[in-house]
Write a protein that binds this ligand. Structure first.
Ligand SMILES: *Cc1c(COP(=O)(O)O)cnc(C)c1O
Length: 364
C-alpha cells in the first residue's frame, strides 16, 4: 500500500529523520550482549537515570519488555491484574499465558484507569481455589483507554493495595514520555512505585526499533537471562541505540506538539456531524471517537478517508482511533478534518466496502 499523505493510524508509523539516521551512522558499536557496545551501554544508563531505577536493559520491543516482566514476576498459575483494555490481553499473542504462565483478570476501569477499590475487590480474600494474585500492570498512558494519563495519586493508591497483598507492580510505559510531557510529572516520579517499568522508542519518540526495561540491578540481571532465552540478545545494536539516544535528546519535549495537534484534531472532528467525540477526553496524542448510529461504519469511514489520503484505524463497528506523531504536522491535521467533513457530508453510498487493510487492526 502506498503511504497515505496523513497517516494517523499509529505513532509507530514514524520514519527515522535524516538527523536520526545520521546519529545511527556515527554510532560507536560493539557486541551488546558482552556489554561491549558503548552506545547501548550509554542508553541503558540514560534510561535507568530517566526512570529512577538502578539499571536498564535494551530490548527489541516493548512486547518483549512486557513478556520478560510476566516471566520474572509470575509463576505458572498466577494471575495478573490489569485494566480490561491492557495491551497484554489482546495484542501480545497470548504472551502472558505462553511466556509468563499467567492468567489475566481484567478490571473494568474508566478509560483505562482502574481504582484501588476495583483492585481490592478483584483480589478478594485469598483461598486455595484462586489463582495467586501476583502482578498488577498499569499502562501509562492507557492506549485503548484513549491516551489517558494515570494521575500519580491514582497510581499511589493502587500501589498501596498491591503492596498490602504482596503483589509486584509493573508499568507498561509504551507512551510514558507522553504522560510525563502532558502532566509535568517526571518519568521517574511515575515509575517510583513500580518494580519494573519500560519505555518504548518506536512509538511517539520516533525511533525505528527499541524499548528499554528498568528495575533493580537484580531484576535487570534476571531480565538479561530471559532476553537471552527469547532471542532478544543482540550484537552491534549501537546503531539502534543511537537512534533511541537521539530520540531522548530531540523528540521528548516536542511530544507537546503532538498533544496540541491531537487537541486540534479532536476539536475539529467534534464539530463534524455524525461524530461523537468529547475533546476534553483527549489528554495526549490519541484521539478516539464514535460514529453515531445511522452514519457509516468505522471501517467504511476509514476506507473513505483513505481514498482522501488520510489513514485512521477502525477499533470496532463504531469506534475510530487517530494518533498524532512526529510525521504529522498541523497541515496534516487540517487535511484530516477536511477529509472527515467531506466523507460525512456526502450521501452514504453502499459501494464503500472497507478494504482488509483498514478493517484489520495491525500495530499500535
Ligand atoms: C505498542 C505497545 C506495546 C508494545 O510495544 P512494541 O514496542 O510495539 O512491542 C505495549 N504496550 C502498549 C500500551 C503499547 O501501545
Amino acid at each position: 500500500m502506498n503511504r497515505p499523505r496523513v497517516d494517523l493510524a499509529s505513532d509507530t508509523k514514524t520514519r527515522p529523520t535524516a538527523a536520526m539516521r545520521h546519529a545511527m551512522l556515527q554510532a560507536e558499536v560493539g557486541d551488546e550482549q558482552a556489554f561491549e557496545d558503548p552506545t547501548v551501554n550509554a542508553l541503558c544508563e540514560r534510561v535507568a537515570a530517566l526512570l529512577g531505577k538502578e539499571a536498564a536493559v535494551f530490548l527489541p520491543s516493548g512486547t518483549m519488555a512486557n513478556a520478560i516482566a510476566y516471566r520474572l514476576h509470575c509463576r505458572p498459575g498466577d494471575a495478573i491484574l490489569c485494566d480490561r483494555t491492557a495491551h497484554g490481553i489482546d495484542s501480545e499473542a497470548g504472551a502472558p499465558a505462553a511466556l509468563g504462565g499467567a492468567m489475566i483478570i481484567g478490571l473494568n476501569g474508566e478509560r483505562g484507569v482502574f481504582t484501588a477499590a476495583q483492585l481490592e475487590a478483584a483480589i478478594g480474600a485469598p483461598t486455595r481455589h484462586d489463582p495467586r494474585r501476583r502482578l498488577v500492570v498499569v499502562e501509562n498512558t492507557s492506549n485503548m483507554g484513549g491516551g489517558t494519563v494515570w494521575r500519580p495519586a491514582a497510581i499511589a493508591s493502587v500501589a498501596e493495595v498491591a503492596r498490602a497483598h504482596r503483589m509486584a507492580l509493573h508499568l507498561d510505559g509504551a507512551r510514558l514520555m507522553n504522560a510525563a510531557v502532558a502532566s509535568g510529572t517526571s518519568a521517574a516520579a511515575f515509575c517510583a512505585p513500580f518494580d519494573s517499568c519500560w519505555i518504548d522508542f518506536s512509538k511517539g519518540l520516533g525511533a525505528p526499533v527499541g524499548a528499554a526495561l528498568a528495575g533493580s540491578r537484580d531484576f535487570v540481571d534476571e531480565a538479561w537471562r530471559v532476553k537471552q532465552q527469547l532471542g532478544g540478545a543482540m550484537r552491534q545494536a549501537g546503531v539502534l541505540a543511537a537512534a533511541c539516544l537521539w530520540a531522548l535528546d530531540h523528540h521528548v519535549d516536542r511530544l507537546a506538539e503532538d498533544h496540541a495537534n491531537a487537541a486540534a484534531l479532536a476539536a475539529g472532528l467534534a464539530a463534524v456531524p455524525g461524530i461523537a467525540l468529547n475533546p476534553l477526553t483527549v489528554e495526549t496524542n490519541l484521539v478516539f471517537f464514535d460514529l453515531e448510529a445511522g452514519a457509516v461504519t468505522a471501517a467504511g469511514f476509514c476506507a473513505l478517508l483513505l481514498e482522501r489520503g488520510v489513514r485512521m484505524g477502525a477499533m470496532s463497528d463504531t469506534r475510530v482511533r487517530a494518533v498524532t506523531h512526529l510525521d504529522v504536522d498541523r497541515g496534516g491535521i487540517e487535511r484530516a478534518i477536511a477529509a472527515a467533513t467531506d466523507v460525512l457530508g456526502q450521501p452514504q453510498s453502499s459501494s464503500s466496502s472497507p478494504s482488509a487493510a483498514t478493517t484489520r487492526r495491525t500495530t499500535w
